[in-house]
Design a protein around this ligand. Structure first.
Ligand code: F6R
Length: 238
């Protein structure tokens, strides 16, 4: 696992955008794995800026997102679909972008369809990840065994509590989700994990001990042949 530590969040976002820029120059038809959350917002803003400046072209690329709540409509402001359209898809020229469908009638069939779509696309070239305070990647929470493919899951109490602040409009907060599994993430040709902020320093420290803690899903990335972590000084312990 390659570790890059930069001073600020902005530098991390630009360095991550450099990796995307290089990826699309080398392979314009790349399949990009994408994440939601606060960590990639700076990266997405930088990709939009570069696209508007004519420095990067997504017209032959496509994307698959890690996860989505279930059930949730794509027009719900807290859906991951809404987040991605607001922050990225409406602002760049990606040829195609997919998320697990939070409105699918049969969630388990949707998981199978999603895995088949990723496979038909040739697999993911560059998978972007953030990390939860508990070491989760996607909605793969600390557990003793992990699903390999996209799966339909009950969110943990801690994830429901962490996300409840976003569901204050009186609507029902989803307690389930559809998430790519550890296997799908590990099969990506390359992985880019971004870790920023002092709040992530403890989990980053644990990850860089270099041991496979089975209750820290991000530790699987230590086994990936082409994984890069870009972090800021705060996440690296200051
Ligand atoms: C996002 C996702 C999550 C986040 C993680 C970090 O699609 O699956 O695993 O990457 O919870 O979230 P932030 O960036 O908000 O700290």
């Amino acid at each position: 696992m390659k570790k890059i530590v930069l001073d600020t969040y902005e530098e991390v976002s630009r360095a991550a955008a450099d990796i995307y820029t290089r990826q699309l120059k080398e392979k314009p038809g790349s399949v990009l794995g994408l994440a939601t959350g606060s960590t990639p917002l700076g990266l997405y803003a930088e990709l939009v800026r570069r696209y508007q400046a004519g420095e990067i072209d997504f017209s032959r690329a496509r994307s698959f997102n890690l996860d989505e709540y279930y059930p949730i409509g794509g027009d719900h402001p807290q859906s991951y679909k809404y987040f991605m359209y607001e922050n990225l898809f409406n602002r760049i020229n990606l040829a195609d972008s997919q998320l697990p469908d939070g409105e699918a009638g049969d969630p388990r069939a949707e998981c199978k369809r999603y895995d088949a779509a990723i496979e038909a696309a040739g697999g993911i070239d560059l998978m972007l990840l953030g990390i939860g305070h508990n070491g989760h990647i996607g909605f793969n929470e600390p557990a003793s065994s992990y699903s390999m493919g996209t799966h339909y899951i009950d969110l943990t109490e801690s994830s429901i509590a962490a996300n409840s602040r976003f569901f204050t409009d009186g609507g029902t907060q989803p307690v389930k989700a559809l998430s790519m599994g550890v296997g799908a993430i590990m099969e990506s040709k390359s992985v880019l994990l971004i870790i920023t902020g002092a709040g992530k320093a403890a989990i980053a420290k644990k990850l860089f001990e270099g041991r496979i803690y089975t209750d820290v899903p991000a530790c699987f990335l230590l086994l990936h042949p082409d994984a890069t972590v870009i972090m800021d000084r705060a996440a690296n312990g200051g």
